[in-house]
Write a protein that binds this ligand. Structure first.
Ligand code: NOJ
Length: 548
């Protein structure tokens, strides 16, 4: 096997498919495998290397499928295993790899294991797969400690014992419907090795690991001085009882052995919200996971110093362990970049609360998002694109309250709207029901004017966001400069300008300041995120790819 084939992931562009909102093939208002299969040619033409599909397993969808009831099947709303196998093989025929999402920290409360745990006595082997504890206080009617769920509210829920008496409590970092598994239990570890093999044997090329910094816990730790319960926050203290504990690394060493036993070797991507970057690098050491989302980059403000520092630091610490950097601006948990970059404060906020953030200027946000796309796609390493990012979709901020489905909404006492605004089904056509998403509406309502942002409206229009992405991804695939993992900064153009070269013969200049700047000497303009000024200057919030 050549190194290029084996290491395809080091510089891959991976497109995230939030399957419920991608394309609806059976007209039930929710996306599905049939819808996705129909759009594979679109994804191939976009110029990506792989798709990562959010959880598609049987699930009550209390947390969008991150509450898995059966790790070896497909939810009937999305299709079945036969269709999944067909999808994998059709994607491969088009040269696209397929990455799934594995959710090992917790199952759904609909999982057979959890149902068996509820039907069994305290101390039974069925309970030992989860984290059950007696309550505090004289009658055990207080939670075992004060730990909080990241979705709000306590991280403990009391059960009723099979004999009808008030019973033990179980631990859940996320929603009450997502009981945490006990990774000290060898049966749990063995089960997930089997799940990995099941999907790898079906031809799946890799997994994105949900809450990769969870799983291993020290339940003996005392109460926490908790001041936050937001998702997407890094642990607030060192030696945290349930995040980023050293024990997770043993698990990943075992997983890597399994991935390496396949030809070609399978891939892992960690979703780990940890700080500082050195902690993240521990997940991608040589014998552990292959890569990890760079959330420092996602959280960075649209500011030259902040971005340069994040880029340099990420590359330094990741390269030190032999891993590539990755670049990500959006996913199904965070505000769309067009909206975020149109705000006065452009750094992603801690946690979920988007209500306090104020107005967003759509035109400004779009202009910056275009420039940010060229920056992200020219940095050495892997890049992630969340569905609809290539259309410049904004966050939908005004979903009606009765449409909100994210558990964050209820668990925060209806103070935080949650993540539905970035999960609104995609617009594909300029007319028709649900803008071409499907034949019968969409599970989250699409806002007025969504059709104008559709694939049909944008394709062929050289000024559209879609065509910008297509051109950028074509150049990214063709240019030899993108094979290396190095860049050389050019600091001479201005303090608010990010400029760097990649060898051979490629230069990227991004003007993040408010004044136009002169371009460095070049022989050709390969691509620009917005038009240059008549006298050839690079305007504010514009990026350009040049041939030196
Ligand atoms: C991270 C996922 O991206 C998010 O959507 C989910 O709610 C939590 N993990 C819990 O599984």
């Amino acid at each position: 096997m050549t190194d290029a084939r084996k290491d395809w992931w080091r510089s891959a562009t991976i497109y995230q498919v939030y399957i419920r909102s991608f394309a609806d093939g059976n007209g039930d208002g929710e996306g599905d495998i049939t819808g996705l299969r129909g759009k594979l040619p679109y994804l191939r033409d976009l110029g990506i290397d792989a798709i990562w599909i959010n959880p598609w397993y049987p699930s009550p969808l209390n947390d969008g499928g991150y509450d898995v009831a059966d790790y070896r099947d497909i939810d009937p709303r999305f299709g079945d295993l036969t269709q999944a196998t067909q999808l994998i093989s059709e994607a491969h025929d088009l040269g696209l790899k397929v990455i799934l999402d594995i959710v090992p920290n917790h199952s759904s409360w609909d999982h057979e294991w959890f149902k068996a745990a509820l039907e069994s006595a305290p101390g039974s082997p069925e309970r030992a797969r989860y984290i059950f504890r007696d309550g505090a206080g004289p009658n055990g009617d207080q939670p075992p400690n004060n730990w909080r769920s990241v979705f709000g509210g306590p991280a403990w829920e009391r059960v009723t014992e099979p004999d009808g008496s008030p019973g033990q409590w179980y631990f859940h970092i996320f929603d009450v419907s997502q009981p945490d598994l006990d990774w000290n239990n060898p049966e749990v570890r063995e089960e997930f090795l089997g799940v990995l093999r099941f999907w790898f044997d079906l031809g799946v090329d890799g997994f994105r690991i949900d809450v990769a910094h969870g799983m291993v816990k020290d339940m003996t730790k005392p109460d926490l001085p908790y001041d936050e319960s937001g998702l997407l926050n890094s642990p607030s203290i060192a030696d945290h009882p349930f995040f980023d504990r050293d024990g997770v690394h043993d698990i990943y060493r075992g997983w890597r052995e399994i991935a390496n036993a396949y030809d070609p070797p399978r891939l892992f991507v960690a979703e780990a919200w940890v700080e500082p970057p050195e902690r993240l690098a521990r997940y991608v050491r040589d014998d552990e996971l292959h890569s990890a989302f760079n959330f420092d980059y996602l959280k960075s403000a649209w500011n030259a110093d902040a971005l340069r520092q994040t880029i340099e630091q990420s590359m330094e610490v990741l390269h030190a362990v032999g891993a590539p950097a990755t670049w990500v601006l959006e996913n199904h948990d965070v505000e769309r970049v067009v909206t975020r970059y149109g705000r006065e404060v452009t750094a992603a906020p801690r946690g979920h609360n988007r209500l306090v953030l104020g107005e967003s200027d759509r035109a400004l946000g779009r202009r910056r998002a275009r420039a940010a796309a060229l920056l992200m796609l020219t940095l050495p390493g892997g890049a992630y694109i969340y569905q609809g990012q290539e259309l410049g979709l904004p966050e939908v901020l005004d979903l009606p309250e009765d449409a909100l489905q994210d558990p964050v909404w209820e668990r925060s006492g209806r103070t935080e709207r949650g993540r539905d605004g970035c999960r609104v089904p995609l617009p594909w056509t300029t007319s028709g029901p649900s803008a071409g998403f499907g034949d019968n509406g969409s599970w989250l309502p699409q806002p007025a004017g969504w059709e104008e942002l559709s694939v049909e409206a944008q394709q062929g229009d050289p000024e559209s966001v879609l065509e910008l992405y297509r051109s950028a991804l074509r150049i990214r695939r063709e240019e030899p400069a993108f094979e290396s993992e190095a860049l050389t900064w050019n600091q001479d153009i201005g303090a608010d300008v990010l400029a760097f070269e990649r060898e051979p013969g490629f230069m990227c200049v991004v003007n993040i300041g408010s004044e136009s700047v002169k371009l460095p000497v070049h022989t050709e303009i390969l691509l620009a995120s917005s038009p240059l000024s008549e006298d050839g200057l690079l305007p504010a919030d514009t990026a350009v790819w040049l041939r030196p």
